[in-house]
Design a protein around this ligand. Structure first.
Ligand SMILES: [Zn+2]
Ligand SMILES: [Zn+2]
Length: 134
């Protein structure tokens, strides 16, 4: 069984997930665009996993969009996306919150119909290892 650790950007929240991930969804819906400020959210799902807060549990805030099942947990100090337990009991883990490497590859892109109009142009833009030199 896998064991994965993660944390928020400011370091207040630390967590551990015990269990295996069976899916890794990249979601391009408008809710995830708003919630991340980017083109998609990348979330891992562990149906039989368990979530343990190692620190900062009281800093974790959960927002549910009224009238929808869209929910986002985040650190109230730094805004980082944090794990949560879905109504189904599955543990949802934002991939970028993990400090442990994962082997699972993204299983599907969902809500592609809602893609940001500029998403397809990202890979065409020049890349730099860090900041471009000025
Ligand atoms: Zn934080
Ligand atoms: Zn979404």
């Amino acid at each position: 069984m896998g064991s994965y650790c993660g944390s928020c950007l400011c370091g207040t929240v630390k967590f551990k997930v015990s269990g295996d991930f069976d899916s890794f969804y990249v979601c391009h819906c408008r809710y995830c665009q708003k919630g991340t400020g980017s083109t998609f959210a990348a979330n891992l799902f562990s149906p039989a996993g368990s979530l343990l807060w190692l620190s900062g549990e009281d800093a974790v805030t959960c927002f549910t969009l009224p009238g929808t099942a869209h929910r986002k947990s985040f650190c109230r100090h730094c805004g980082s996306a944090m794990p949560g337990v879905e109504d189904s009991g599955e543990v949802l883990v934002p991939a970028g919150s993990l400090d442990t490497d994962i082997v699972i590859k993204p299983t599907a892109n969902i809500y592609k119909a809602s893609c940001a109009q500029w998403e397809a142009d990202i890979t065409a833009a020049p890349g730099f290892a860090t900041l471009p030199e000025s």
